[in-house]
Design a protein around this ligand. Structure first.
Ligand code: NAD
Length: 328
């Protein structure tokens, strides 16, 4: 099995397929990560917000100790949460997160969302508090411009804590803005990307600018059906992407699963994917979507892209009581 990579603007290589750590329970994370490495995964996509970095790091360290991989064959992505955008907080968090993983350095450090929230002591910010204060009620923004946060991430690179930096959930205007002052390039943009939310112009812009795209929630509604009501609301009334004709037809032709078609729809356009699964058959299948797996015809890519509804599931402008309309 070949492991395709994408060259980042920093010059480092990022695997085209990885494993997403959102909703992986902390008490199972070390074993799940260890097992994923045994199956062939090399990229792990974490975040402070997921509250399982330490355990994921333990799984990777165990795999290194057992001789399954070397550190430089593993690629760790993690993210700065919204409450820590102020420069000193961002530096502290990068150091603390790096220590939690315990792997000397982070491969890719991303700003999780381009919105600054009021500081909350890290020990008090317990998943799934996400956007809210410690009582899970108030959402308060903080007067911190993104430039300050980006420049803090650049220091994180200068200090050797991260090899590459980037941003998640940003739109074109934010990318253009960062480019005006960036000393270190935007290596990657991580976005929600599936056939119900294609964002073709954003993808085109990023690729023109050599910003590697990572798609999250590649299976669309599936991931959001597992969440509390407000987060589930947009997902529950649409067909699962596994069941739509364009995907099923392509899957039947290539003799693969609809899930694999959804992932290949992205990887074939040089977009990285980071699906999450706890099931070992799916874990293996999700990895088999690289260039040596199968090829969709351009008609199939077009017919799957035509499912686009501009339907965003991870939208704090929709699921928060006090909306943060960052995608407006
Ligand atoms: P996903 O699209 O990977 O879907 C996960 C769901 O699909 C789970 O219910 C899983 O059981 C199911 N599934 C997995 N493989 C399957 C298969 N082969 N067949 C059928 N069902 C299958 O969803 P996600 O977790 O939302 O996204 C993946 C990763 O992206 C996350 O773990 C996280 O690392 C990242 N992410 C980032 C952000 C961000 O703001 N940057 C937001 C969401 C997710």
């Amino acid at each position: 099995m070949g492991l395709d990579t994408i060259t980042l603007a920093s010059g480092h290589q990022m695997p085209l397929v990885g494993f997403g750590m959102w909703k992986v329970p902390a008490d199972k994370a070390a074993d799940i990560v260890y097992n994923a490495i045994r199956e062939g995964y090399r990229l792990f996509d974490g975040a402070y917000d997921y509250q399982n970095e330490k355990e994921a790091g333990e799984g990777i360290r165990r795999a290194i100790k057992d001789g399954l991989v070397k550190r430089d064959e593993i690629f760790v992505t993690t993210k700065l949460w919204n409450n820590y955008h102020q420069k000193d907080h961002a530096l502290q968090m990068a150091k603390a997160q790096n220590e939690a993983w315990g792997l000397d350095y982070i491969d890719l450090y991303l700003i999780h969302f381009p919105v600054a929230l009021k500081y909350i002591e890290p020990e008090k910010l317990k998943y799934p508090a996400w956007w809210m204060d410690v009582e899970h009620k108030v959402i308060e923004t903080a007067p911190i411009p993104l430039q300050e946060t980006w420049q803090a991430l650049e220091e994180v690179v200068d200090m050797g804590i991260a090899k590459s930096i980037g941003i998640s959930n940003a739109q074109a205007q934010t990318l253009y803005d960062i480019q005006r002052y960036a000393r270190h390039p935007i290596s990657s943009l991580q976005i929600e990307h599936h056939p119900y939310l294609v964002q073709p112009e954003l993808v085109e812009l990023a690729q023109e600018e050599k910003i590697a795209i990572t798609a999250y929630s590649s299976f669309g509604p599936q991931s959001f059906l597992e969440l509390p009501t407000a987060f589930r609301a947009r997902a529950k009334d649409v067909s699962l992407l596994f069941d739509v004709d364009a995907v099923k037809k392509a899957a039947a032709r290539v003799g693969r699963t609809p899930a694999q078609v959804l992932l290949r729809w992205a990887t074939q356009r040089n977009i990285a994917v980071i699906p999450k699964s706890n099931n070992s058959t799916r874990l293996q299948q999700n990895l088999e979507v690289g260039s040596d797996s199968f090829t969709l015809t351009s008609e199939e890519i077009v017919s799957i892209s035509a499912l686009d509804k501009g339907l965003r599931f991870n939208d704090p402008g929709f699921y928060l009581d006090k909306p943060l309309r960052i995608f407006a």
